[in-house]
Write a protein that binds this ligand. Structure first.
Ligand SMILES: Cc1ncc(C[n+]2csc(CCOP(=O)(O)OP(=O)(O)O)c2C)c(N)n1
Ligand code: SF4
Length: 256
C-alpha cells in the first residue's frame, strides 16, 4: 500500500501490502490479528510474498488464508508441519511457513512438530500460544498454566490431576535440527517490535538454509479466558510472561 502523506507530515504506520484489507472474524482484543500483521510485514520486507506457501491450522486462525496475502494450504488437526514438509520436498524454491495455535501444535499435532524439528526441516514455524483452546470454547490445552480456569478445568489446572504445562518451544530447542527458537509476545508495542525481529530472523534462517526455526508468540484470548481485552493483556504481562518468558531460546546459526 502506498500512502501519500500531506506535505510536512510523514507516514508512521500503514497497512502492510500483504495484509488483506478485510475485517477479521477475531474477537475484539485477540492477539492473532497482531501476529498476522507482523507476518505480513516481515514477508513483505523480505520480498517473499510471491514465493511463500503458508500452512494454516485448525483453531481460530483457520482463516489466516483470508487475511495474509500469500498462497496457503489448510492442514487440519496439527498436521501443518507434515504438510509443510511435503511442500518443502516438492517445491524447494518455496518459502514455507506454518501457523498454529497451542491446541493445534502442542496437543493434536505434537508428533508432527517434534519430528519436523527433529529432522531440521527448512521451515519457519509460528506458534501462537494463548494457553487455551479458543475456537472450541475455552478448554484446557497442554500449555494451560497451573491454577488457570478453563471450561474443562473449572476449578483451575492441578498438576496432580491434569499434569503440568508443557513448554513446547524449550523442548524443541534441545534438538540439534532446530537452528533458531524464540518466544515473543503481543503484550505491548516494544514486545511486538521484538516479536517482529524474532519472526524476521526465523525467516532469514530458512533463507540461509540453516534448519528449522520456530517463533512462539504468547498471546491473549479474552473470550476463552473470560476477561475483558484489557484484563487479558494485564494477565499476559503479569502471569503468562512470568511462566513463558520471552526471548531467544536457542540460536545455533553461529555454529557454522
Ligand atoms: C480430532 C479433533 N479434535 C478436536 C477438534 C476441535 N478443535 C478445533 S480447533 C481446536 C483447538 C484449537 O485451539 P488452538 O490451537 O489453541 O487455537 P486457538 O483457537 O486458541 O487459536 C479443537 C480442539 C477437531 N477439529 N478435531
Ligand atoms: S476465541 Fe480467543 S483466540 Fe479465538 S478469536 Fe476469540 S479471542 Fe481470539
Amino acid at each position: 500500500m502506498t500512502t501519500v502523506a500531506p506535505a510536512g507530515s510523514r507516514v508512521i504506520f500503514e497497512r502492510p501490502e500483504l495484509l488483506i484489507d478485510r475485517s477479521t472474524h477475531y474477537c475484539p482484543g485477540c492477539g492473532h490479528g497482531v501476529v498476522h500483521r507482523l507476518i505480513a510485514e516481515v514477508l513483505g520486507e523480505l520480498g517473499l510474498g510471491s514465493r511463500t506457501i503458508a500452512v494454516a491450522p485448525v483453531g481460530c486462525a483457520v482463516f489466516a488464508y483470508d487475511y495474509i496475502g500469500v498462497d496457503f494450504v489448510e492442514a487440519p488437526h496439527g498436521r501443518a508441519p507434515a504438510v509443510a514438509t511435503g511442500i518443502r520436498r516438492v517445491r524447494p524454491d518455496a518459502f514455507v511457513l506454518t501457523y498454529q495455535g497451542d491446541g493445534d501444535l502442542a496437543a493434536i499435532g505434537t508428533a508432527e512438530i517434534v519430528h519436523a524439528a527433529g529432522r531440521g526441516e527448512l521451515l519457519t514455524a509460528v506458534f501462537v500460544n494463548n494457553g487455551i483452546y479458543g475456537m472450541t470454547g475455552g478448554q484446557m490445552a497442554p500449555t494451560t498454566l497451573l491454577g488457570q480456569r478453563s471450561t474443562s478445568s473449572p476449578g483451575g489446572r492441578e498438576a496432580a490431576f491434569h499434569g503440568y504445562p508443557i513448554p513446547m518451544t524449550e523442548m524443541l530447542a534441545i534438538m540439534p535440527g532446530v537452528a533458531y527458537a524464540a518466544r515473543g509476545s503481543v503484550v505491548d508495542a516494544p514486545a511486538i517490535g521484538r516479536t517482529k525481529q524474532y519472526l524476521r530472523r526465523a525467516c532469514e534462517v530458512q533463507l540461509e538454509g540453516r534448519g528449522f526455526a520456530i517463533v512462539e508468540v504468547i498471546s491473549n484470548c479474552p473470550v476463552g479466558w473470560g476477561m475483558t481485552p484489557t484484563e487479558s493483556i494485564e494477565r499476559l504481562r503479569d502471569v503468562v510472561a512470568k511462566q513463558y518468558r520471552p526471548g531467544v531460546i536457542v540460536d545455533r546459526t553461529g555454529e557454522g
